[in-house]
Design a protein around this ligand. Structure first.
Ligand code: SAM
Length: 307
């Protein structure tokens, strides 16, 4: 892994000296900024620019191609919600696949579920895994679970090779639809996810922001309604360092009795003993916020329900 913490990357000090500003065509006209105490790593993999810096208020921060992926302070919200919204909605998840998720945070959350016997992860960029293990050990702890098998490769190709009905749950913890994750937001990929799931299986995907990306969300919802014959739902949560301070999730189930995502049948609340393992306690998710995550503002509800 090349280290070059001397050269200032473009996204630093381009707006305010000593600050990181998240400038992207995905959110024109706005940019969230964080004060940079020290740049800890900069590298370029075959897929993206990778940077880690120490911020003054959110701990260490992981950046891919100039976009915030996680901060130590608020990663719990995203990792816990994208994982427990699906896994707490089915009674006995056993085989789980994570696409993306190279920081290990979703793995950490999946491994809280004692019913899970096998966790596959397909992450395209080994540099993300290595950097997370070096700078975010409390996130990358997920890789230490013996049930985890790491595959380095493209999630699109991986899913094409998966036998039909293999998994109870698929979690698509991808970056944005610019760069290597673009195909993870398209119909053929969702079709391959549905094929890889058993009847009544569930998928949870990173589904952008209702404030910024309703056009992307409505396309995803329309595709999911055609593909997933159980239930199709959109949920959201707050992550202060994501653009507009929120992020959403598509929660869908395959054919069979529709999964009722809004009322968890397999709760994993903060006071569960097995929560307080080496992964630390749950910091964000609980059964009430699970149900609340599906309550949408009117402007979003109208678009999503019309698809
Ligand atoms: N929480 C973040 C968010 O909401 O944007 C996502 C974090 S995780 C680091 C995103 C991961 O997806 C990255 O490690 C990236 O390398 C991976 N990724 C992007 N495209 C991929 C693909 N086609 N197959 C597998 N992994 C992919």
């Amino acid at each position: 892994m090349e280290m070059d913490s001397n050269k200032q990357p473009d996204c630093i000090s381009s707006v305010i000296p000593g600050w990181f500003s998240e400038i992207s065509p995905m959110w024109p006209g706005e940019a969230h900024s964080l004060k940079v105490e020290k740049i800890l790593f900069q590298g370029k993999s075959d897929y993206q620019n990778v940077m880690v810096f120490q911020s003054s208020t959110y701990g260490k921060v992981l950046i891919l191609d100039g976009v915030i992926q996680l901060t130590e302070r608020d990663e719990c919200a995203y990792q816990e919600m994208i994982t427990h919204l699906p896994l707490c909605s089915i009674p006995n998840p056993k085989k789980v696949l994570v696409i993306g998720g190279g920081d290990g945070g979703v793995l950490r959350e999946v491994s809280r579920h004692s019913s899970v016997e096998k966790i596959d992860i397909c992450e395209i960029d080994k540099m993300v895994v290595d950097v997370s293990k070096q700078f975010f050990p409390d996130v990358a702890v997920g890789f230490e679970d013996p049930r985890v098998t790491l595959h380095i490769g493209d999630g699109v190709a991986f899913l094409k090779a998966v036998p039909e009905g293999t998994y109870d749950a698929v979690i698509v913890d991808s970056s944005d639809p610019i760069g290597p994750a673009q195909e993870l937001f398209e119909k053929p990929f969702f079709e391959s996810v549905a094929k890889a799931l058993r009847p009544g299986g569930v998928v949870s995907t990173q589904a952008e922001s209702i404030w910024l990306h309703m056009h992307i969300i409505e396309d995803i919802v329309a595709n999911c309604r055609q593909i997933f014959k159980g239930s199709v739902n959109y949920a959201w949560t707050t992550v202060p360092t994501y653009p507009s301070g929120v992020i959403g999730f598509m929660l869908c189930s395959t054919e069979g009795p529709p999964v009722d995502f809004k009322h968890p049948v397999n709760p994993i609340d903060a006071d569960d003993s097995h929560c307080n393992s080496s992964k630390g306690p749950l910091k964000f998710y609980n059964s009430e916020i699970h149900t609340a995550a599906f309550c949408l503002p009117t402007f979003a509800k109208k678009v999503i329900e019309s698809k």
